[in-house]
Design a protein around this ligand. Structure first.
Ligand code: PLP
Length: 387
């Protein structure tokens, strides 16, 4: 079958796989132990931290290993808010966008229940947040702005550099970026970003490992209480093989980024131009450079046609796709597409294609032919025949 759900998860990069295997055999000791084997494991973790810090041009002490991007996002948002509330005894204001991944969005919802003022920024029809709306939402008690780099449903690239520049002169306002879908695909500058989230399994690394880059000046409460690991901000025995494998995946992603980008653009151009020509479909992703070429989202415009139906039809052709983020795939409508279109039909009949560099142009051709066939079937058949 043809897997086109690389946004939901990727296979391990061969180098990351090898590192995971080797280090699982070699470095099983607890890196916090005082003996030689523990020391050796700890040394490898610190080497990985330094390697990642060099690649991202941050300090090693600014790299915090977590269980993944969900935890990184929670730590960044809830950790910063709690520390501030403890210090000041007041309720702060934070700004998020309506199209954030649920691991950011639900932090906002939860904090709102706890008395924090939360602004959710709208997006335009292309799914892009405006820096002007960030500016207009700032209040005297704003302490955090969180806007993702690349949207995980549509690929829309957010103006994080502009937002970062806007927020930079205000030292009391921190800027968090969920970098999960942009990392390793598009270049990113961490100069103007205070907190930055990365996930291992979206870039050829293992599941259950991620990063939060937290700049030195940031005051943050931990989410968990326990040992002194990760500068005391994230207790729990360090997952040594996953850390080493993540560092390898990041190194490989950086080395191969430009070459992969070219190929992803070729795939995107082919698929986009063909699908945009089908009148029953509406393209929900903007075109590069407003979108990252590895994600392409479209909807079927017709009553009663759902994402689930189309996922099943494409699966019959051996094509594996999704409709929205795996974390919210049980929802009938896409929150992201609703924010963009306010159209229930478009928001409940979307398909998200996501590519990686191993997808060939021939496979992309097969995908397009299969979508064309699906559209013909949807047009000609009663929807009940398709179930
Ligand atoms: N943020 C974005 C933009 C994502 O796409 C995802 C995964 O779907 C996450 C966060 C959560 O990542 P993890 O699976 O590492 O918790």
């Amino acid at each position: 079958s043809l897997y086109l759900d690389y946004c939901a998860s990727t296979p391990l990069h061969p180098r990351a796989f090898q590192t995971l295997m080797d280090s699982s055999k070699l470095y099983y000791a607890n890196p916090s132990s005082m003996h030689e084997m523990g020391f050796e494991a700890s040394l490898r973790v610190e080497e990985s931290r330094e390697q990642i810090a060099r690649l991202l041009q941050v300090k090693a002490t600014e790299v915090i290993f977590t269980s993944g991007a969900t935890e990184s996002n929670n730590l960044a948002i809830i950790g910063v808010v709690r520390a501030w509330m403890k210090r000041t005894g007041r309720n702060p204001h934070i700004i998020l966008s309506e199209i954030e991944h649920s691991s950011v969005y639900q932090c906002g919802k939860q904090l709102a229940k706890e008395g924090v003022e939360v602004s959710f920024l709208p997006v335009n029809r292309q799914g892009i947040v405006s820096p002007v709306s960030v500016k207009e939402s700032l209040q005297a008690n704003t302490i955090l702005v969180s806007v993702m780099h690349v949207n995980n449903e549509t690929g829309a690239v957010q103006p994080i550099a502009e937002i970062g520049e806007l927020v930079k002169p205000m030292p009391h306002v921190l800027f968090h970026v969920d970098g999960v879908q942009g990392f390793g695909k598009l270049p990113v500058e961490l100069d103007y970003i205070d907190l930055y989230t990365v996930s291992g399994h979206k870039i050829g690394g293992p599941k259950g490992i991620g990063l939060l880059i937290a700049k030195e000046h940031i005051e943050m409460d931990p989410l968990l209480y326990g040992g002194e690991q990760e500068l005391g901000i994230r207790p729990g025995t360090t997952n040594v093989p996953a850390v080493l494998s993540l560092a390898e995946a990041i190194a490989a992603a950086f080395e191969e980024q430009q070459k992969k980008f070219k190929h992803l653009m070729a795939l995107h151009d082919l698929v986009y131009s063909r699908l945009a020509g089908i009148s029953e479909l509406v393209m929900n992703s903007p075109q590069p450079p407003l979108s990252s070429p590895h994600i392409l989202n479209f909807s079927y415009q017709g009553r009663g046609i759902t994402s689930a139906m189309m996922i099943r039809m494409l699966a019959k052709q051996g094509i594996i796709v999704s409709s929205q983020s795996a974390c919210s795939s049980k929802a009938k409508q896409s929150r992201v597409l609703m924010a963009m279109t306010q159209d229930e039909m478009i928001s409940s009949s979307s398909i998200r294609l996501s590519f990686n560099e191993t997808v060939t142009l021939e496979e992309a051709g097969y995908l397009v032919a299969s979508v064309e066939q699906m559209v013909c079937q949807l047009k000609s058949k009663n929807k009940f025949d398709l179930l």
